[in-house]
Structures are given as C-alpha cells and as structure tokens.
Write a protein that binds this ligand. Sequence first.
Ligand code: NAP
Length: 283
Amino acid sequence: MDYVTLNNGVEMPVLGFGVYQIPAEDTERAVSEALAAGYRLLDTAAAYANEEAVGRAIKSSGVPREDLFVTTKLWVQDAPAEQNARRAFETSLHKLGLDHVDLYLMHQPFGDVYGQWRAMETLHREGLAKAIGVSNFYPDRLVDLIVNNEVTPAVNQVEAHPFFQRADYQELMREHGVRIQSWGGFAEGRNDLFGNALLAGIGEEYGKSVAQVVLRWLTQRGVVAIPKSVRAERMAENLDVFDFRLTEEQMARIATLDTGASLFFDHRDPETVTWLAQRRLEA
Ligand code: NAP
C-alpha cells in the first residue's frame, strides 16, 4: 500500500474502502471482508447510517487501531452549529466504538459552514480528529474557507472519475496544501464505465480490468481513492493496483475522457443545495 502525507503530517493510505449505499445489515460483513483483504482506510459518514456496523467490523477484525485510518463525516447542522457539530461528532464516535477518528470531513458546503468548521478545529486540537477536511467544496468555497480560518482542510473529498477528472482543481488544491480524495471513482458505473473501450484496451496491456486501470490512474495522480464493493473478489481486485504503472501516453489518453462536468449533482445548483440542505439527520 502506498501512503500520502497530509498537510499536518498525518499519513493516509492512497487507497481505501467506501461504504456509501451498503445497507446497514450488510456493512459489518463487507467491512470485515475488506479488512481481511487488506484495506486499512475506511470511509463512512453519519449520513450513511452504517457507522455502528463499521465499528463492529473494526472491533472483531483484530487489526490494531494504529494500523487503521477511519474517516467519518459531519452532516449539515442547524444553528448553533458549534454545539450541534460536537454532539454529532460524539454520536459518530460512539457508534464507531472509537476514541478518535483519523479524518473528520464536513460532508457538504452548506449550513453554518464556519460554525461547523470552528467545532471541527476544536475537535482536531483536542486530538479527537487527527485530521479535518471537507467534501464537495467547489474552488470558491474551499479558498474562502482556507483564507478565513486557522486550519486548512487536509482533504477535500470530491466527485472524481475518468468522466469528471478535476485536474485543474487538483492543482489548485495542491497549491493550498489540500489533498484531493475521489468519491465515485468508478462513477458508480455510469456512462458504461466498466465497458469503456479505451480503459479496457489499456487494461489488456497489463492483464488488468477497467476498475484496476481507473484506480491506478487515480492513485498515480496522487488522488486518494475509496472504491466501494460488496463482493470480496472485487475488493481484492480493487486493491491489486500497485504492480503496474501507466505511461504518460496512457495517462494522456485517459485525460481525453474528461467531460468536465458532474455525472451526479452540481453542488452549486440551487436545486441540489435545497435538496441536500433540507435533509436533517437524527442526532
Ligand atoms: P463507486 O466506488 O464509484 O462505484 C461503486 C460501484 O462499482 C458499485 O456498484 C460496485 O458494485 C461497483 N464495483 C466495485 N468494484 C468493481 C469492480 N472491480 N468491477 C465492477 N464493478 C465494481 O461509487 P461510490 O460508492 O459512490 O463511491 C465510493 C465511495 O466514495 C463511497 O462508498 C463513499 O465512501 C464515498 N462517497 C462520498 C460522497 C460524498 O459526498 N462525500 C458521495 C458518494 C460517495 P458491487 O458493490 O456490487 O461490487
């Protein structure tokens, strides 16, 4: 496994396991299998409603805590955000059965972002979140947060896959010391990603699948990836991407797949903002 170093010195595996849309009743098994396969970075969120199952799998795995990198996320909080964010964090920590998380992300750039961030800075200073970051922040919101606060986000987790590559944005993040992390690295299979001829052709040259080419392409760019699968054979396949290297020419060909647009939702679209901001989780 390769690691990246975050802006506060914390080491993070460049490839992990995401659990979005894994039903709570399947999550313990899936995470147990992922840990057995060798994953050490787990990505969950309060909004995924499966933190307890992730916690049970961690507990029964026998993997030392210091070998794990656990991420969870704060959902949009009502005011007073500083108090509510701390309560939400404590709920997540309790559900996970942990005494700290490695990365705590603000899930959406909505609500009282500044109050939420101040609470997260405090949790970081207290050692309860070894690193803090954001998710789904577009460039203007990210830079605004950076220039007006003390702690620069260590990570920005954004949609990034062959059809929405975010190369320019990655460069901006790099200039500010923010590590890009991809969600939906396979675009959840949209646009027939797994049947893409260009990606399949490159894979054939190495005896690798489309999924492996995509993960190699992301991690070789320094993008942290967190593919999700409920199938043990795919979990193993998705980890097996460190024994080949794409050439500059292959990277350039993959760059031609970029459409520059989201396949899911644009976080600057008023309808998306309304839809996401109206969602409230039980504390
Ligand atoms: P994804 O990883 O792009 O795609 C998952 C899909 O790919 C599933 O349908 C899975 O099916 C399939 N798959 C996995 N490995 C495969 C393989 N080797 N061959 C063929 N199909 C394969 O989608 P995602 O779950 O949306 O994104 C990954 C993670 O990012 C999430 O789990 C979550 O942790 C995070 N995320 C964050 C946000 C955010 O707002 N911050 C949003 C979305 C996701 P099977 O399960 O049946 O194998």
